[in-house]
Design a protein around this ligand. Sequence first.
Ligand code: FES
Ligand code: FES
Length: 163
Amino acid sequence: MKKAITLRVNGETREVSTDPERPLLEVLREDLDLTGTKYGCGEGHCRACTVLIDGNPVTSCFTPVSQAEGREILTIEGLARDGALHPVQEAFIEKQAMQCGYCVPGMILTSVAFLKTRSMPTLNEVSDCLSGNLCRCCNYPNILAAVELAAAKLRGERNETDA
Ligand code: FES
Ligand code: FES
């Protein structure tokens, strides 16, 4: 049965009328036209559908929309501010960390949350953090390099490899 649900998405309040058990991913893509969040496996195994809820990465394919009610949801569409890309987005572009790009919104949002907890991560820590995010193009070396570059940007530095 449908229910009115109020969501906070990318800083805006959005109202939907839907089955509370419906996956958040479907609501974002089909009801709110936020198609940057990707449908991969639909079973919690690839993390293409990652969004942040209250700053933490979640698989939106596996999260009932009712669980997101009243919490702050961030999708890839809400990451840039005032027309400026987030440093993680800049780093992914600079390191060419995408081929088809399908995994990239999830990779970026997972990285954004991770870099709030680690200002100077080791490569192993970056790799561990993204180990659940699958890239079907196997672009992992560039993705890891992008997250290292993003960490440097967030510290106010640039990677020497980026010169
Ligand atoms: S689509 Fe959600 S984990 Fe794969
Ligand atoms: S760039 Fe194609 S899935 Fe990762």
